[in-house]
Design a protein around this ligand. Sequence first.
Ligand SMILES: Cc1ncc(COP(=O)(O)O)c(C=O)c1O
Length: 388
Amino acid sequence: MTVLKPTNRPNDARFSCGPTKKRPGWELSALAAAPLGRTHRGGTPKARLAEAIERTAAILEIPDDYKVIITPASDTGAMEGAMWSMLGARGVDVLACDEFGGRWLIDARDELKPEGLTIHHAPYGVAPDYSKVDFKNDVVFTWNATAAGVRVTDGDWIKDDREGLTICDATSAAFAMELPWSKLDVTTFSWQKCMGGEAQHGIAILSPRARQRLREYRPSWPVPRILQLFEAGDETAKIYEGSTINTPSLLCTEDYLDALKWAAKEGGVSALIDRTQANFDALADWVEKTDWIDFLAKEPATRSQTSVTLKFSGKELEGKSEEERWAVSRRMGVLLDREEAAFDVIPHPKAPAGLRIWCGPTIDADDVVALGPWLDWAYHEALANPAD
Ligand SMILES: Cc1ncc(COP(=O)(O)O)c(C=O)c1O
């Protein structure tokens, strides 16, 4: 079947799941006022870090008794800081259904090895069984499994009277999905995901109980300085005013601030969630009317609205091996890139073949609508001409 090459390109071809597209209208000049070449320990630079913390809390509408810190090393730094600094006080349940949850699982199982570890693992496309979690234990999980396109639907499975802490990697969910703060003791994310900021800094949002753990408990294993969150146990700690664990990038901070100011102008987190949902709906309409593609997530309620992950479902690839399917994904990626119609829409390398399209808040719905015909074209072109 021949599908004609569309003429109407998305205005912006960046659909990568991370770093993601910057906010609409972003230009390098947005960073012109960054206080570069100065120490982060005082004056304007320190005020900028404090502002990033304040604006994060305001946009995400976190409860007054929760606190925000900036960590080194992106989301991984924030998650591993929480795991290394807090786990081991009681048993641990880890839930995982993709590469990223799998990393925390490996950290717990092979590195920290806490007593009483229970693993809840699900294959790509399926959510872990939340009903099996023991809330006497600490619970480590991922709100949106970016590589599988599978998300947690809500926090109803998390007990209000839990004894352990919930440690939630929310990197592709924060700013794009509703997060039930009262159910989350530690929530982490990076600047480059939903907000399209520059990479390398993480955020951890700490409940009063998480801070109590940091105040009262020291793990038996060594904790490298870069992962030590203990200071945050002190309610008056300087880390809450933007005194970071080590030297931050003031250019990245300026960029994150720019994204937060954009978010505020858009109308805050509910507006960002609406933008994300509109993008997802536009893509879902295309999936609905396209016979060669389907969602990887089996259960509709678990389908991520940000990292929308799709699998091939057409008769053309029936009976083909995973390697042959991946060849189609890769070829589509090359064709779309060459046409500057879509960049980076092939799945995470550890995921099944198909497509993965970022639909987070910085994407415009019109671009998602314009993308559909290009995907159709690229699929049929990849089948007809598997190589140049
Ligand atoms: C759910 C999730 N967790 C963790 C990571 C790793 O994050 P970082 O590279 O910010 O450390 C990613 C990156 O895509 C992710 O999507």
